[in-house]
Design a binder for this molecule. Structure first.
Ligand code: ATP
Length: 243
């Protein structure tokens, strides 16, 4: 459903992505891994329209999306979360999610209806009890869940999750893995996720892609990619470089 071919992105002399091909099929949970600075977030920024690629193109359900502005791409069905969570701090959780619903793809334009829908999404993400709290009152796990709830509010076809497991403890990671499966199975949303927490990637993804210095070095089943010599070398190199 989401396809990229020959994606290249440069920042001055730095090639952040070099001729990257990828595909995410409907119903898949695909992981995107790679050492720090390998180009993962840049790829998400290209997909969601925050960066224009210097080469290649991205399409969603056969329609070209690269070159369109982020709000158009969101309206076509791509939701995303950000590594740095950024809710509207003066609004309650239910209001934060209701805004996503109002500006999203559900065709809801009435605020009471949007709040009802937002409450339902907060219940789905385990935040119903905090619906009337402010984001500043939340612990990290709940801030991450709120970020997911806001992304779901627009009713995307596919959601790009950027390190939603980072900083969580073991028990919270298990809860987040469970939520990932429920997003796919109950909301029928396809998932493409950047993740450093290997347990989360190995347990939830049906397929993993690995980037290194902007080049795709592996794409396949989790065990195959985790044991791929180039992937192991990339991570060891990153360790030696102190990353
Ligand atoms: N807006 C930008 N301007 C200049 N360089 C950038 C910009 N965004 C990213 N880069 C560079 O592009 C390269 C890839 O960065 P990117 O953030 O995509 O890596 P990443 O794999 O997401 O890393 P991390 O795991 O640390 O989040 C890095 O060298 C980074 O410094």
């Amino acid at each position: 459903m989401l396809k990229g071919s020959g994606i290249t992105k440069r920042f001055g002399g730095l090639v952040a992505l070099s001729d990257v091909d990828f595909e995410v099929n409907r119903g898949e949970i695909v992981g995107l891994i790679g050492p720090n600075g390998s180009g993962k977030t840049t790829l998400f920024n290209v997909i969601s329209g925050f960066y224009k690629p210097d080469g290649g193109e991205v399409s969603l359900l056969g329609e070209r999306i690269s070159g369109k502005p982020p709000h158009r791409i969101a309206a076509m069905g791509i939701g995303r979360t950000f590594q740095i969570v950024r809710p509207l701090m003066d609004l309650t959780l239910v209001e934060n999610v209701a805004i996503a619903v109002l500006y999203g793809r559900m065709g809801i334009s009435e605020s009471t209806e949007a709040k009802d829908k937002a409450y339902e999404i907060l219940r789905f993400t385990g935040l119903a009890a905090k619906a009337y709290s402010l984001p500043g009152q939340l612990v990290l796990e709940d801030r991450k869940r709120l970020e997911v709830a806001r992304a779901l509010g627009s009713r995307p076809e596919i959601i790009l999750l950027d390190e939603v497991f980072a900083g969580l403890n073991r028990k919270e990671i298990l809860g987040a893995i469970e939520l990932t499966f429920r997003i796919r199975d109950e909301y029928r949303v396809t998932i493409f996720m950047i993740e450093h927490v290997m347990k989360a990637i190995m347990e939830s993804c049906s397929r993993i892609m690995a980037l290194h210095h902007g080049v795709k070095i592996a794409d396949g089943k989790p065990e195959e990619v985790a044991n791929h010599p180039e992937v192991i070398r990339a991570y060891l190199g990153a360790d030696y470089a102190g990353n």
